[in-house]
Design a protein around this ligand. Structure first.
Ligand code: G6P
Length: 606
């Protein structure tokens, strides 16, 4: 989704903007642009289309002697077509104010009509264009609060004003915006990852406050109060990974990192859970044991939540409900006293998950964040945060974050389980075996590639089926397939097949059964479901987690044998194979697997 990079001060303009905008590419964009003030002249340029950052930034000077005040933007269209007129920066009637914006102005139509009636001229059709026109019509230096009274929705804005030279102005509500400081330069970005390429001192920009920046300091308007830089970030973000310019490498790298991400986090999670003085245990002491848990998330995070529900109900005996954050927040949900709320999000910036969390906060219940990005909105606003700690995930499709979300939810369910000492021991030793088993799946790369060639390349549809723990795995397998390769894929419970999807089955439709292992309670059931598909001539690929006699009699055209593990952990093993299958389906079809069309890594608008 949209991204902002701005700075004040000295430096190689072309390099800074190129590096900054490229690091925002992963969020998804359709157009980009910049404006900068130098010696009181303002230059502006926009480019429409993907992969335009090079040509946009090549038009920038490399270096200028004096200080520069610059803002740049990647736009992911929400309101208005993907045209130059709708790309940022947007400006006012007199072309004094140049502004970039992330978020959505919900009352822009109303504002625009009022402004048109008082003579303002608009050139595009975005919600953003209303903002520079409002700024043109108010005295924002002495009454900055007016802008917050007028605008509704979410916004992170940075702007320049010819009438106020040698300054940048910034303000936000809901959408994130952070300022960082290097020796001679202040940087502003909507993305912590981008900012960490340039500096390591940061300050949080508060909501509904109007800030003015020169090259060294930040002031709050209207008092002109100088603020002090307050915190520094750790080395969470890997500069090398963020800056890499090679195509189609992020998703593959991220899939292949999973043995390591799992391995390094098992002991960390174990001590969090076991040590009486751990942060988690201290936190739990302050709260009442949960009687009910609500998990909210979107996309892949929601799928992880579905698996978490089975763990929490089965082992901890806590009623758990899993909700699409987008629906939950508008459904007048009921919260009772001992309910806990889990916000599940890789980015920590998904607008709907933040909205659901804000709603839950009103009921004064414990809010647990399970996030990858430290210092993200969800991380900062949770009462307790689990960090996925898998490093930056840049490929738009979530991979390594998903397996870690599942592992955290599994370990948490064991933590909440009051007895089951023996069972827990068995589970923990299976967890320790996971990294090696994932490696075995990765070693099947050639076989998985061949499966793609045989099963998926000639088809424009596919069905993924599973039961129990692997029903959400089937949903995730289908989601990965459609987002990466644009093959239409449907995920379903194998049992639900008879209630609709079975009508689609013919000899050409690939049907993937994620069977699991023989100790799983639904093992025999799913085999019956396979027979139902086979009797309708379905083209079946089955994925099993052990080698046993029965495999030869499976009604399957092909059986993919993956490493054996306990039923609870089969989703982690199986999804890695499904990630590789969708990766190769995308690659062999010539798709941009790191940046699928129309999608964004971090969905910061509703
Ligand atoms: C987008 C991404 C998905 C992700 C979803 C939720 O749609 O493309 O990969 O699963 O957002 O994101 P979150 O950061 O909240 O997990």
């Amino acid at each position: 989704m949209c991204g902002i990079l701005a700075y004040t001060g000295k430096g190689n303009i072309r390099n800074i903007v190129k590096k900054g905008l490229k690091s925002l590419e992963y969020r998804g964009y359709d157009a980009c642009g910049y404006a900068f003030a130098y010696d009181n002249n303002i230059s502006i340029k926009k480019e429409v289309g993907k992969n335009k950052i090079e040509s946009l930034t090549d038009s920038l000077p490399e270096y200028v002697e004096k200080n520069v005040y610059l803002l740049s933007h990647t736009r992911w269209a929400t309101h208005g077509d993907n045209t130059e007129k709708n790309a940022h920066p947007h400006y006012d009637c007199k072309k004094n104010i140049f502004l970039v914006h992330n978020g959505i102005i919900e009352n822009y139509n109303e504002i625009k009509n009022d402004l048109l009636a008082s003579g303002h001229k608009f050139i595009g059709s975005t919600d953003t264009e209303a903002i520079p026109h409002i700024l043109e019509s108010i005295d924002y230096i002495s009454t900055p609060e007016k802008i917050f009274e007028i605008l509704q929705g979410s916004f992170a804005c940075v702007f320049l004003d010819k009438k106020q030279p040698f300054k940048l102005f910034i303000f936000r509500r809901k959408s994130p915006l952070i300022v960082g400081k290097d020796k001679n330069t202040l940087f502003i970005s909507s993305d912590m990852q981008t900012l960490s390429l340039f500096c390591n001192k940061f300050i949080e920009i508060k909501e509904n406050i109007f800030y003015q920046l020169d090259t060294k300091n930040i002031y709050i308007l209207p008092e002109n109060k100088k603020i002090i830089y307050s915190f520094t970030i750790s080395s969470f973000f890997n500069k090398k990974e963020i800056e890499s310019e090679k195509e189609n490498i992020f998703m593959k790298n991220e899939i292949w990192q999973q043995p390591e991400t799992i391995k390094k986090n098992i002991p960390i999670l174990q001590s969090l859970i076991n040590e009486p003085a751990s942060k988690l245990n201290k936190f739990i002491k302050k709260c009442k044991f949960p009687e009910r848990i609500i998990i909210a998330g979107c996309g892949t995070s929601w799928h992880a939540g579905l698996i978490g529900k089975i763990y929490l109900e089965r082992f901890s005996k806590i009623i758990t409900q899993v909700e699409y954050a987008s629906e939950f927040r508008y459904n007048n949900p009921v919260f009772n006293k001992n309910t806990w709320f889990f916000a599940l999000s890789q980015s920590g910036e998904t607008a709907d998950t933040i909205g659901a969390m804000e709603l839950a906060k009103l009921f004064n219940i414990p809010i647990i964040g399970i996030v990858n990005n430290p210092l993200s909105t969800i991380d900062k606003n949770s009462d307790f945060s689990f960090h996925l700690n898998v490093g930056t995930e840049i490929g738009v499709a979530a991979t390594k974050s998903f397996t870690m979300q599942i592992l955290i939810l599994f370990m948490l369910s064991l933590f909440f389980a009051k007895d089951k000492k023996e069972e827990k021991k068995k589970f923990i030793s299976a967890i320790y075996e996971l990294p090696e088993k994932i490696k075995e799946v990765l070693n099947k790369e050639d076989e998985l590639k061949q499966i793609v060639e045989e099963y998926f390349l000639s088809s424009s549809n596919a069905i993924f089926l599973g039961r129990g723990y692997n029903y959400p795995t089937a949903l995730e397998g289908a989601l990965k397939m459609k987002e990466i390769s644009y093959i239409h894929a449907e995920g379903s419970s194998a049992a639900e097949m008879k209630h609709g999807p079975l009508a689609l089955v013919d000899k050409n439709l690939p049907v993937v059964f994620i069977v699991g292992n023989k100790n799983d309670i639904t093992y025999e059931k799913i085999i019956s479901n396979m027979h139902e598909v086979k009797s309708r001539n379905g083209k079946i690929l089955s994925i099993v987690n052990q080698r046993e006699k029965k495999i030869d009699s499976l009604p399957s055209d092909k059986v993919l044998i993956l490493p054996e593990t306990i039923p609870e952990l089969t989703p982690i093993i199986n999804v890695v194979a499904l990630q590789i299958i969708s990766f190769y389906a995308g690659i062999l079809k010539g798709c941009d697997v790191d940046k699928p069309r129309n999608l964004a890594k971090s969905v910061t608008v509703e």
